[in-house]
Design a protein around this ligand. Structure first.
Ligand SMILES: [Fe+2]
Ligand SMILES: [Fe+2]
Length: 264
């Protein structure tokens, strides 16, 4: 099974540039084309939050038009820039978003179980899972201990060293670690939010952050650095699972970055 992960689309409609610089519409068009052209084709696409930048209705409508073109199932969760009501309204085609409450769910249709969490706290940039959702996660993981599972959430539950992003990380990271540590079948905890590819050991498994499909956070490892954004090659993650081999995660760059084959 191949699971593609795209994140932090920060979508705005065609013709509007984020910060007068980033063509988020063009970036998503490129990401969709990339996913459509991959061989083998991913079996599912998880979208780990910050789907749009400003929470506008027209942005969600256009975003839905692009994501619904994908021939494989699409599983979105919210980030701090998102709105639950508009996600429910425009992304119902995904078939996974609950009618009320947090936008969290388990997908049972694949060899790898996919569990999406909702870390959105309206009105703030940092994230929180909350006690009720953590109990749901514990119960949901307990229900199928034999099945390899990928847990995805927007806010990473670990410090990256990039100070201004660590200030808005997941608040209840220790409580999440307590739950995940009880379930050895969690293969990967996959996140977004930091717009960079970053990995760490976490609660007996691996936690990773996917690079963004639009703009990136500058690699400035300092405690008190100012927020800084940079244009780097957009990319997604491809989580490959094969029986007996766990999950292996690859970075797949989007777009043309030079000759396709230097040797051979
Ligand atoms: Fe983001
Ligand atoms: Fe975010």
């Amino acid at each position: 099974m191949l699971i593609a992960q795209i994140t932090d689309l920060h979508y705005r409609i065609d013709g509007v540039r984020l910060f007068d610089a980033v063509d988020a519409h063009g970036a998503l068009v490129n990401a969709v084309k990339h996913l459509e052209a991959l061989t083998p084709r991913p079996d599912a696409v998880i979208v780990t939050g910050d789907l749009v930048n400003d929470g506008d209705d027209e942005d969600y409508a256009a975003l839905a038009g692009l994501l619904s073109r994908l021939p494989m199932p699409v599983y979105p969760i919210p980030g701090n820039h998102d709105r639950r009501d508009l996600m429910r309204r425009h992304l119902s085609f995904t078939g996974v978003l609950p009618a009320d409450g947090p936008l969290r769910y388990a997908v049972e249709d694949h060899p790898v179980r996919l569990i999406g969490l909702d870390t959105l706290v309206e009105g703030q940039d940092g994230g929180r899972i909350g006690g009720a959702q953590l109990r749901w996660l514990d119960d949901t993981l307990s229900a199928a201990p034999e099945r390899p599972t990928l847990v995805f959430l927007h806010h990473p539950p670990f410090r990256t060293g990039i100070g201004f992003m660590d200030a808005i990380m997941l608040e209840d990271c220790d409580a999440l670690a307590d739950v995940v540590a009880r379930h050895g079948h969690v293969e990967v905890v996959a996140c977004g939010h930091v717009h960079r590819a970053i990995q760490t050991r976490f609660a007996g498994t691996i936690a990773m952050i996917a690079p963004g499909t639009a703009h990136h956070v500058a690699l400035d490892i300092a405690e008190n650095n100012p927020a800084a954004w940079i244009a780097e090659p957009p990319a997604c993650l491809l989580h490959l699972w094969r029986p007996g081999n766990g999950i292996v995660s690859h970075i797949s760059y989007i777009g043309d970055h030079g000759p396709s084959m230097l040797f051979g």
